[in-house]
Design a binder for this molecule. Sequence first.
Ligand SMILES: NC(=O)c1ccc[n+]([C@@H]2O[C@H](COP(=O)([O-])OP(=O)(O)OC[C@H]3O[C@@H](n4cnc5c(N)ncnc54)[C@H](OP(=O)(O)O)[C@@H]3O)[C@@H](O)[C@H]2O)c1
Length: 271
Amino acid sequence: MSEGSARVVVITGASSGIGAELARQLGRRGDALVLAARGEDALRAVAAAAGTQTHVVRTDVTRRADVERLRDEALEAFGRVDVWINNAGRGIDRPVLELTEHDFDEMMAVNVKSALYGMQAIVPHFQERGAGHLVNVSSFLGRVPLATLRSAYTAAKAALNALTANLRVDLAARWPGVHVSLVMPGVVDTDFARNAVGAAAGVPLRSPPGMPPQTAEEVTAAIVDLLDHPRAELYTHRASHPIVRRYYEDVQAFEEAARRAFSAAAQTPAP
Ligand SMILES: NC(=O)c1ccc[n+]([C@@H]2O[C@H](COP(=O)([O-])OP(=O)(O)OC[C@H]3O[C@@H](n4cnc5c(N)ncnc54)[C@H](OP(=O)(O)O)[C@@H]3O)[C@@H](O)[C@H]2O)c1
């Protein structure tokens, strides 16, 4: 869809952080918004501040029926959906050897199955119309597993990356007007780290050296640009791409260099 024309946009995880900022920035542009999360009061506050047409749907994205109801209510409210952003997600602060079954299942449910439900709910509508944009918010950690404490979260985002790529390839030939994009932010200054499973006892995570945290505003502006100019993948941090290249060139050398860099950074106080 061209820049400037109003869209109907569904955003999951819209009650805080990147999702709430998306509502603010897209609202300023006049897009109609369908906002989903579990926290209904927070969602209503985000909707009131968005200054545009909004519809709020209390949604637990780990339940397929909730995600299907989200789609149905969006279609009922606005007659169509142009963009669906699977943004809801949750982290974990627990290394691989300490993961429980429940930890692992929860990470998969909230970070991967949620997005699968979203893709399966909305893509048939996009296929019918021959147009639409599906956006999955993943993480840089899904591509370069640089924060071992995030363990099952990183694994879930890596799975999300794979599902997104497969869907995009499946649709490309027959539905060229249906776009599928993957967004991979680095560390973003939101409540994400505080909301992570095990965060109360957790060690604060540092950004990879050379990759300072971004604000939700910066990351969101990059996502808004992606909606105007659909493409396969977006690293919101400009330092990401060279790091990814080095990682895939030589994983072992990369891990050794990262270990040295992190331990040097640990000697200096966090900013
Ligand atoms: N912040 C970072 O450093 C960072 C880095 C890379 C990628 N990301 C990704 O960016 C996305 C947004 O994260 P954020 O930084 O904005 O974190 P956040 O402030 O913690 O927001 C997470 C959002 O997800 C929603 N959510 C969590 N579980 C849900 C569920 N079961 N059903 C429905 N909604 C649920 C939360 O709403 P309720 O609790 O109200 O349901 C909230 O709106 C996530 O996918 C995250 O993995 C974040």
